[in-house]
Write a protein that binds this ligand. Structure first.
Ligand code: NAP
Length: 248
């Protein structure tokens, strides 16, 4: 496949490395231009392109930028995206980082909001796993502790494509239903950054509680921000699990 990635930070770069290992052609863009991405392109084996070109001719487009930046994407960006090419939203909403987004505060799921801003359907995936685990957490199919990731959206064909892609990366993909249910994988839920296997993840998604999700998200954000910068990523996953004693 040819894959476009918007955002060359933690998530965009980690996904780029996996996609290249799987022999996909990857073009990557940020807001500042390809000349600022030569190091990233060299390290990940991708082609740095202008934001206006990142969707051109791709089979899959991944958006890996902060939520607050989505409305800043060029308006004509998606005109170049071939029809039928899925858009994957990896984003999360943190009001402390993104400012208040009224529609999400009003109950829209994050990715429904992204979809409404873009005017195109999106699939939510890769949002609930730390970049450390994306890079280091892949395991062979059938491993008891293989991390599973939820995939939400309406496009069944796109979800199957992503499940196959995840499998190649060393993860199980789980169809988590339509975008309206994707709050179950947002920050503040038991599925968020807990690196569970498929069986436990299904239980985590089912028992998510929308009434406490934003409160848990904000508490989690504060805790993670207060941790020393050298806190081992495994410890942060342990902390995320410990919030949900039912699943720990
Ligand atoms: N970090 C994690 O472990 C993790 C895991 C899963 C999901 N997420 C979510 O995934 C999203 C990205 O996270 P991240 O950690 O990868 O962020 P990051 O490291 O801060 O990288 C963000 C990237 O987006 C680019 N960007 C920002 N505004 C842009 C715009 N208007 N147009 C094009 N590119 C733009 C930035 O480049 P320039 O500013 O130079 O343009 C940068 O390359 C966030 O919503 C985050 O919550 C994060």
């Amino acid at each position: 496949m040819k894959i476009g990635i918007i955002g060359a930070g933690g998530v965009g770069s980690a996904l780029a490395v996996h996609f290249r290992k799987l022999q996909h052609a990857v073009q990557i863009a940020n807001s500042r231009g390809p000349e600022t991405l030569s190091k990233v392109a060299e390290e990940t084996g991708t082609t740095a392109v202008a934001i206006s070109d990142v969707a051109k001719g791709v089979d899959l487009l991944v958006i890996a930028i902060p939520e607050k930046s989505v409305p800043l994407l060029p308006k004509d960006l998606l005109g170049a995206l071939p029809s039928g090419a899925p858009i994957v939203d990896t984003g999360n909403y943190y009001p402390q980082r993104d400012g208040l987004i009224a529609q999400i505060e009003g109950g829209m799921t994050e990715s429904e909001w992204v979809s409404s801003v873009l005017g195109r359907p999106v699939i939510k995936a890769f949002n609930n796993i730390f970049t450390y685990s994306i890079i280091n957490g892949g395991l062979p199919k059938g491993s008891q502790t293989r991390i599973a990731l939820p995939i939400s959206g309406e496009d069944m064909k796109a979800k199957q494509l992503l499940i196959a892609l995840l499998d190649g990366m060393g993860f199980d993909g789980i169809d988590a239903g339509p975008l309206s249910e994707s709050w179950r994988q947002q920050p503040g839920t038991p599925a968020y950054c807990t690196d569970y296997n498929a069986e436990v993840l299904r239980g985590a998604l089912a028992s998510a509680n929308i009434a406490i999700a934003s409160q848990m998200r904000d508490a989690g954000f504060q805790t993670v921000m207060s941790l020393p910068p050298d806190t081992p990523p495994e410890e942060i996953v342990r902390f995320a699990r410990a919030q949900w004693t039912t699943f720990a």
